[in-house]
Ligand binder design. Structure first.
Ligand code: LLP
Length: 470
């Protein structure tokens, strides 16, 4: 899968641009481009995103800096939302899987586009509520929710996606006692469909050996139990088969499998009103990635469910999906400042930047591939192949093993593409490095959406027992 643009004197970073005319932006699926839809080269030969000069953004906000293109994010939301309205004859609701990047501004944007939000912890839940997401469009997931998290969800009135027997018992016991005021709680059941798909082993969740969801064999027992619980209002079924998926077939299969479950539930007197088909559509990180468009994915899912319902003469359930990566991933880049370089003759040149595995843990965790460019010299020939290293005390802290770049100098602005999903949300303070700031860019304006952490922030949670005070 590794493909680097040829290191020939004629190739430049312009090669990575979407090259979409402003009038054509609306029809483009952001997940199919290496850079956000508004990426351009300006008169200074710099990368511009959302009408903002990237090196200027770094001057103003520092680096590393996550730069989010509002236009690309809104476009992706609209394509999911309008795609379902076009292709699914029943009701639909798109949820943003906020584990990809949960913060106030991003939740507020997706909510303003009519999307709901899928959350997986009390922290994500509270952030979404604070961002103004309606609790009727909030769904709480998780394979080991605490009672506290269940209480928060019930109190807010959001839907709880019950994952396993432990949770089913915990929830019904609580609703039968201290939580009685919240009964009946609105729940869905998460099931494991046993559908394999080709993605990284760590992020497959639809196969049977998964920590998530009820096994299909347990369904009769689960449905029988749930149908007896007056404290539960079971509105639907949920499944998610994995992430960064380029094939459409697994989701088509999932649609029909879920309609079979719906029929089984009906035999236990459970009227399934909602089917949530999860997320999983992949994005383009490198030239060799060729994901389907959002529109194509939506059509396949919508057709599969509609067809299966028609065949079994069932009325159409409300159809939900919960993409994360394909909504936010391609909307963002991370800008770093180049620092030291180490040339090992005949082996490689390491070019180090001022961030790394703490702001983007995906290369070291999943061997994920990215592209880099020098944002202040977009037309310079990509004449060198270097290894882009992070600043962390770990040899594996490599962002890109073989990046095609022009000769770079300390102070250059290096941009890594497609960092919107699972970067900020998985960022850490490894080596006590403060987490970067994030800015939202739109029509030449840039607004902070996450402040850069300070050294005071890093020390805030530390406690020094009196007997250790020097
Ligand atoms: N729904 C559920 C229940 C999920 O577990 C996930 C992702 C999604 C929706 C959204 O999937 P997406 O549309 O983003 O593919 N950290 C990994 C990805 C983990 C995905 C976890 N679940 C990575 O960086 O690739």
């Amino acid at each position: 899968m590794v493909s680097t643009p040829p290191a020939v004197a004629t190739a430049t970073a312009r090669h990575y641009l979407p090259e979409v005319a402003p009038t054509e932006l609306a029809g483009r699926s952001p997940n199919q481009f290496l850079l956000p839809l508004t990426a351009r080269v300006n008169d200074q030969d710099s990368l511009e995103i959302g009408g903002c000069d990237v090196p200027d953004l770094v001057k103003k906000f520092g680096s590393p800096l996550y730069i989010v293109d509002e236009h690309s994010l809104r476009t992706a939301c609209q394509q999911y939302r309008d795609g379902f309205a076009r292709h699914y004859p029943g009701e639909s609701q798109v949820l943003y899987a906020s584990k990809a990047w949960n913060c106030l501004a991003i939740c507020a944007i997706v909510a303003s586009e009519g999307l709901g939000v899928d959350v997986v912890s009390g922290g994500e839940l509270l952030t979404a509520l604070k961002a103004g997401v309606s609790s009727t469009k909030l769904y709480l997931h998780g394979n080991n929710k605490s009672l506290e998290e269940l209480r928060l969800a019930a109190d807010a009135g959001c839907t709880i996606v019950v994952d396993n027997w432990h949770e089913l018992r915990l929830l019904t016991q609580w609703l039968g006692n201290e939580g009685a005021q919240y009964a009946p709680a609105r729940v869905m059941l998460r099931l494991t469909p046993g559908i394999e798909c080709h993605t990284h082993e760590y992020i497959r969740t639809g196969h049977l050996d998964s920590k998530f969801g009820f096994d299909p064999d347990q369904l009769p027992e689960v449905f029988a139990f749930v149908s007896q619980q007056s404290s539960l209002n079971c509105v639907g079924l949920h499944a998610h088969i994995g992430s960064q998926i380029f094939e459409l077939q697994p989701h088509e299969d999932l649609g029909s499998v879920m309609v079979q479950w719906l029929e089984l539930a009906a035999t236990y007197g459970i009227e399934v009103k909602e089917l949530n088909i999860g997320g999983g559509l992949g994005i383009r990180y490198t030239e060799s990635d060729d994901p389907p468009s959002i529109e194509a994915w939506v059509k396949v899912v919508a057709d599969a469910v509609a067809k299966a319902c028609q065949q079994s003469q069932r009325s159409l359930p409300k159809l939900l999906c919960e993409p994360g990566r394909s909504l936010i991933g391609s909307t963002c880049v991370t800008a770093y400042t180049v620092g030291s370089q180490k040339e090992i003759p005949g082996i490689r040149t390491y070019l180090s930047v001022d961030g790394g595995m703490s702001d983007n843990p995906r290369p070291i965790t999943y061997q994920s591939l990215y592209r880099a460019l020098i944002a202040n010299r977009m037309s310079a020939p990509l004449s060198e192949t270097v290894t882009v290293a992070g600043k962390h005390c770990e040899s594996g802290d490599i962002l890109i093993k073989a990046a095609s770049l022009p000769p770079a100098e300390a102070g250059d602005i290096l941009v890594v593409n497609a960092t919107g999903a699972y970067n900020y949300s998985m960022a850490s303070n490894y080596n006590r490095v403060p987490r970067p700031a994030a800015v939202l860019v739109c029509d030449g304006e840039a607004n902070l959406i996450v402040q850069r952490e300070t050294y005071e922030d890093l020390l805030r949670q530390d406690c020094l027992p009196d007997r250790l005070v020097p």
